[in-house]
Structures are given as C-alpha cells and as structure tokens.
Design a protein around this ligand. Structure first.
Ligand code: GDP
Ligand code: MG
Length: 175
C-alpha cells in the first residue's frame, strides 16, 4: 500500500572501473559475503539486489556489474543511464586504474550532472606492500570532485559495507 511504498526506496547503483580492479568481487562480497579468487569474468548476473534498512527506511539497491565490456572499451551510457549512484573502483596496486576513474567521473558528470552520487573505492588494500596509489593523492582527488573515498578489500571484506551504506544515505538525501 501507500504507507509501505512511502517507507521504501529503490536505487540503481552501477559499478565502474577498469577490468580486473575487483568490481565483481566487491559486489559478490557485499551481497553474497564471499570471495573467490577464481570466479570467471564471463557473464555474471547483470545486477544483484541488496536490501538494507536505514534509520527505519527500507532501501533496495540494484547493483549493476559489468559483464566485462570495459575490457573492450564498450561500456556506454546504456549501462549507467538512470543510475542514482555509482561506485568507481580502482586497484591500489595499479596506477593506470586510478587514472581511469578520473575518466569515468568526467563522463558521468557530463552525462548525468550532479544528480548522481559518486563514491570512489581504492580496492585490494590487502595487497599493501604492492600499493602504488597513495591514499593522500586519492583523497585529494576525491575531494576535488565532491566524492567520498573509501579503501576496500573484496578479499577481507574491509570497507565494503561502509561504501554501500554511505551511498545509500547520500541517495536518500538527494532523492
Ligand atoms: P573486475 O574485472 O573489475 O570485475 O574484477 P574481478 O572482481 O573479476 O577481480 C579481478 C581479480 O582481482 C580476481 O582475481 C580477484 O580475485 C582479484 N581481486 C578482486 N578484489 C580483490 C581484493 O580486494 N584483494 C585481492 N587480493 N584480490 C582481489
Ligand atoms: Mg567483473
């Protein structure tokens, strides 16, 4: 009924980032609570849903993961259209993947304006000794584009809940 609907919000969240940064691993960690070194990059479900409760509001996230098209530079507006939020992921051991995040931020701001809530995730922080992207650099960049930055590991689960919790709160605020 109306009361139920008024207390329930659904949001589309897209995962973006270079191939192999851990997008699929992050969503599987969040929604299914598992990490598998060897999951295949081929056709995972196009989206997974996650329900959460936030201060008495029920929130349903439809989290869209790519089927690997980013590897062929074939990820266009059809994928991210009508998104309420985006999680831009890079691999802290891969400088180039951090640069790619900047391209996505530019494209999303150009195509969707300030409507879309953005979070940036430096993933694979469990590989600390191989880290090349400095946290201070990433924080300064995120700040400059008005996005929150999180450090995550799909392998240990660190930071993952916080990402989607923050994004949900922000999406509720701007809705
Ligand atoms: P996608 O192409 O962005 O979807 O990346 P995947 O989720 O397929 O991950 C690519 C590879 O990185 C896989 O071998 C994952 O097991 C690995 N991986 C993903 N996240 C992490 C992480 O947080 N830590 C570590 N050590 N490996 C990760
Ligand atoms: Mg993937």
């Amino acid at each position: 009924g109306t009361a139920a609907r008024a207390n329930s919000d659904s949001f589309k969240v897209v995962l973006l980032g270079e191939g192999a940064v851990g997008k699929t691993s992050v969503v599987l960690s969040y929604v299914e609570g598992k990490f598998n070194e060897k999951h295949t990059t081929t056709l995972q479900a196009s989206f997974l849903t996650k329900k959460l409760s936030l201060g008495g509001r029920r929130v349903t996230l439809a989290i869209w993961d790519t089927a690997g098209q980013e590897r062929f530079h074939a990820l266009g507006p059809i994928y991210y259209r009508e998104s309420h939020g985006a999680c831009l992921i890079y691999d802290v051991t891969d400088e180039d993947s951090f640069q790619k995040v900047k391209n996505w931020v530019r494209e999303l701001r150009k195509m969707l304006g300030s409507e879309i809530c953005l979070v940036i995730c430096g993933n694979k922080i469990d590989l600390a000794k191989d880290r090349v992207v400095e946290l201070s650099t990433a924080l300064a960049y995120a700040d400059s584009v008005g996005a929150r930055h999180f450090e995550t590991s799909a392998k240990t689960g660190e930071g993952i809940e916080e990402v989607f919790l923050f994004l949900s709160q922000q999406m509720l605020r701007v809705r």
